[in-house]
Design a protein around this ligand. Sequence first.
Ligand code: FAD
Length: 194
Amino acid sequence: MKVLIVYAHPNESSFNHAMLEQISFGLQEEGHDVQVKDLYAENFDPVLRASDLEQLQKGNTPESIVVEQESLRWAEGLVFIYPLWWFGRPAILKGWFDKVLTNGFAFQYGDTGLRGMLQHRRALALITAGGTEEFFQQNDAEHLVHRPMTDGTLAFCGIEDVHHRIYYDIAGMGDKGRQNVLEEVAGLGRHFNE
Ligand code: FAD
């Protein structure tokens, strides 16, 4: 499968970056064709501006958005890797969706209601959190960690096969725990096999 990895962490020595390396390796080991979109490294501008909206409302897609949409069109599978920041995605990733998933490209409303237009065969979100799993369960908050991404974005835009993994307590789990996570992440390359 052609798999696009969209990665959103500013620090090249972060645990998220180690996850990026592992899943890239795991996907390639399984024979998949991988492209990485490293939003911070690309200095992606996440702000959807009035001028962008004006163009979109006239039916024109700004060139900077067309380029991102081409990356999405290329891919059959999608992976998103990011840390949980304020119960959500880092702003740079949220802004990527704001700009790229335009009406008419990613979804459309018609006589029969919403139609998701993304054709990807599979999508996977890998999310790290500082809090413990116990904390999220006690506060009935697990759905906040992934649903804006899995249901509110990817499934909304028509992708039926959407999965997520949440790695809790990343700083507190210790070296052995983090090693296990990285091994699991490398093995997720198989997730994209037919
Ligand atoms: P890092 O800080 O880079 O690393 C975590 C640990 O892994 C460190 O001990 C590091 O030494 C180790 N490590 C790094 N690389 C490797 C490697 N290659 N192999 C083994 N170990 C390694 N958390 C919540 O739960 N809820 C929130 O709402 C929330 N909001 C946040 C908002 C902001 C603005 C910020 C900055 C943090 C927030 N957090 C929140 C915490 C955040 O989710 C975690 O800090 C983040 O997920 C940890 O991932 P990281 O890649 O940044 O880890």
